[in-house]
Design a protein around this ligand. Structure first.
Ligand SMILES: [Zn+2]
Length: 350
């Protein structure tokens, strides 16, 4: 299969960068494509300038419209909105298929781009953005929002790219599934396939909550491992359900606000323990037409029914547990002297 022509990669990229792209950013991005091509790497730009309307559409994705969250930037908050950023991807030999694996070639493109004056989103510690390259000319987002524009100087004619080092083996593609999230968690968006100390921080906070929401109760360190996998998604969903938040399994500022309440200076008055309450207060039956079924185990499809509780009635609440066949887990309640389980969406903590 013949290799895709360099001009084809440039033409497609030019089209994708849009007319609002800064001329120096455009010239430099094309130079990145040329230099990578010489080294046998096919790279193409997928987007450049983005209007505020397009940014809003992207921001909505994964929030109010289907798909995964792809950006944390609202209109005017992305360097793309000022024509100062581009996103890239690799293609196969013939240029017919996009390759999104962050491998040695991907990183080599980032290195070439950096020598030419781009900053790479793969170096960021918060929201790591591997396809992203930007040139801000030292201006901050707020300066740009205030109307300032950078004075960019092209390095295309003056800088050569250092040779790639051959001593290091290529990074394994499998290692790129997890996105590094360092530092501590202060409410920034964390989600499935994130990994690092920020995720561990979130997991620890979930486990230390009253009641606790373990990523995996009974596993080593109760599943607190710094990896935002299916069990952590599940724990976050149960937490969100418990506190009446939107249940999406993504930990952001709303989840953080419930998990780490702002400190108050006055001491709360300790309430006398209600005899009818469970370990964590009471559960009110909601969202059913007449009554909710109480089961003997947390599995909607396999459990035996212990009985029913009428809409609006309350039961002593023991906690929230993970189970099977329910997206939002199960409430653990005391029912006729036994532990019983009610599907997450049919109860509200009161
Ligand atoms: Zn970008």
């Amino acid at each position: 299969m013949a290799r895709v022509a360099l001009q084809t990669l440039i033409d497609r990229s030019t089209k994708n960068m849009g007319s609002g792209i800064h001329s120096v950013v455009k010239e430099t991005a094309i130079e990145v494509i040329k230099r990578a091509y010489k080294e046998g790497i096919n790279v193409q730009i997928s987007s450049g300038y983005r209007s505020n309307a397009e940014q809003q559409r992207l921001f909505n994705q994964g929030r109010t419209t289907p798909g995964n969250i792809v950006t944390n930037a609202r209109p005017g908050q992305s360097m793309h909105n000022y024509g100062l950023a581009v996103d890239y991807f690799l293609t196969n030999e013939s240029g017919t298929t996009a390759v999104w694996t962050v491998n040695a070639n991907w990183r080599r493109v980032a290195t070439i781009a950096k020598t030419l004056g781009f900053a790479w989103g793969g170096d960021w510690t918060g929201f790591v953005d591997y396809p992203h390259l930007e040139m801000t000319g030292g201006l901050s987002l707020s300066q740009l929002q205030a109307g300032k524009r950078p004075n960019l100087v092209s390095k295309v004619g003056s800088v050569s790219t250092p040779k790639p080092s051959t001593s290091k083996p290529a990074a394994k593609p499998s290692a790129t599934k997890w996105a590094k999230k360092n530092g501590s968690w202060t409410g920034q968006v964390l989600q499935k396939w994130d990994e690092g100390s920020a995720v561990k921080d979130l997991q620890t906070k979930l486990a230390n909550n009253n009641p606790p929401f373990y990523p995996e109760k009974g596993a080593k360190n109760n599943g607190i491992d710094g990896y935002y996998g299916a069990n952590t998604v599940d724990a976050v969903k149960r937490f969100q359900s418990y506190y009446g938040l939107a249940v999406d399994g993504v930990a952001g500022k709303n989840t953080y606000a419930k998990l780490v309440p702002a400190k108050t200076t006055s001491k709360p008055v300790s309430k006398p323990k209600e005899s009818s309450g469970g370990k964590y207060g009471k559960l009110k039956i909601v969202g059913v037409s007449a009554a909710a079924i109480v089961m003997d185990s947390p599995d909607r499809n396999k459990a035996k029914n212990l009985g029913t509780v009428k809409l609006g009635a309350t039961l002593p609440l023991n906690g929230s547990v993970k189970g099977k066949n329910s997206d939002t887990g199960y409430w653990e309640v005391e029912y006729k002297g036994k532990l019983g389980y009610i599907t997450g969406k049919f109860g509200k903590r009161v």
